[in-house]
Design a protein around this ligand. Sequence first.
Ligand code: IMO
Ligand code: MG
Length: 434
Amino acid sequence: MITAVVGLQFGDEGKGKVVDFLSGFHGIVVKYNGGRNAGHTVVTDAGTFKFHLIPSGSLRAREIVLANGMTIDPFYLVEEIRNARAANPDIKVLVSRMAHVVTELHMYLDTREEEARGALKIGTTAMGIGPAYEDKYGRTGIRMGDLASPEVLKAKLSLMTRMKASLLKGSKYEKPEELDRIVAELAGAGREISGYMCDTEVYLDGCHGRKADILFEGSHGTLLDVDFGMYPYVTSSNTLAGAVSVGSGFSFRRVHNVIGVVKTYMSRVGEGPFPTEISGNEADRLREMGHEYGTTTGRPRRVGWLDLQLLKYSIMINDVDSLALTSLDTLGKMSEVRVGTGYRKDGKEITGIIRSMKELEGLEVQYRSFQPWGELSDGQVEDMMRRGKEAMPDSLKEFITFVEDSTGKPAEFISLGKKREMTLVSGVFAGRVK
Ligand code: IMO
Ligand code: MG
């Protein structure tokens, strides 16, 4: 089975939990976009694990692949592999020679670029991701394969400093000895990870040939896609499921199943339109109950209600087969549960996706309210695991059926708590995943 998991909102939908769950069935987990800006939390009996660069499936997968579409901080890679090995000692790691390297220079530039943007700032994670992709598409980037060659590193870093001279002005990176230090450190990290380097696209084709089960783990969320998201308030990579092809060299035609992860309320870090955003006490309550603080930056996340209009767009652009609904346990504890069903402006219906702050002005969101289902006890959740939807409180069942009917997609993963086993699974994976 070849499966792709993508977030259908602004990131932080709970992909980590779904991927961890599915990695019990797929021996190979592949990441194909983004870098350290991603952040996934997985809770198991052994503890809480946070992943950024390496897949959330790293606790259980036999093999993990970091494909060409990624931007990788090599020092961080070494650290995360070490952490993963503590839980999964035999894990095999493969890293594409063509993935791009994020250096401390890129991180510095990320912050300087944000300052330069002023009112147009994006609210990035400051992890150097944007500048690393700028270099990739500007054809001046450093690839993982270059770590083996100090001369190439030196030449590329000095080119970078010449091209970015105005942003680096007054910084320590104007000094040649600093560049020598970075080259030496990068080459050192390169030696540590040289054994992982390979042509991952060829490797994955071989895996497909022997009918291996492969899981593609998307980073971020569809509405952060550099083309289809709310540009410019997006990340610098393509986050939609189709990016599997360009981000890993593995044809999207071979993917059997696209699972879209949907948080049943919404959150967003950074700037940009958020039509169903809420504020005040209600927002504070939701943020606290859902622990809505960035995994990567610790920033408090903006929160709001599920937006069906945006969700339908994300389902279309990813050609999603089934939904994974997350955080229902948190949502049910609110004193009122709402879902945005559509938009109006000046009395007229607005169809499609809102992309700019200008389009957001004067927009009215239509809502449907649901009776909250309250706190779910462990006993109640266990009963649902045994008897399925039948054991759910009526209001919860009504909410899920409404989302399924409105989108035309089955909710085949229903997450009812933080732990791995608190997930109700139906459809192709029912009974197959432990
Ligand atoms: P996961 O994988 C939430 C947001 C940033 C910022 C914008 C651009 O955990 O779901 P960047 O550093 O990528 O240039 O920042 O994108 N962003 C995310 N928000 N979860 C993520 O990933 C994100 N990755 C990027 O907050 O608004
Ligand atoms: Mg995140």
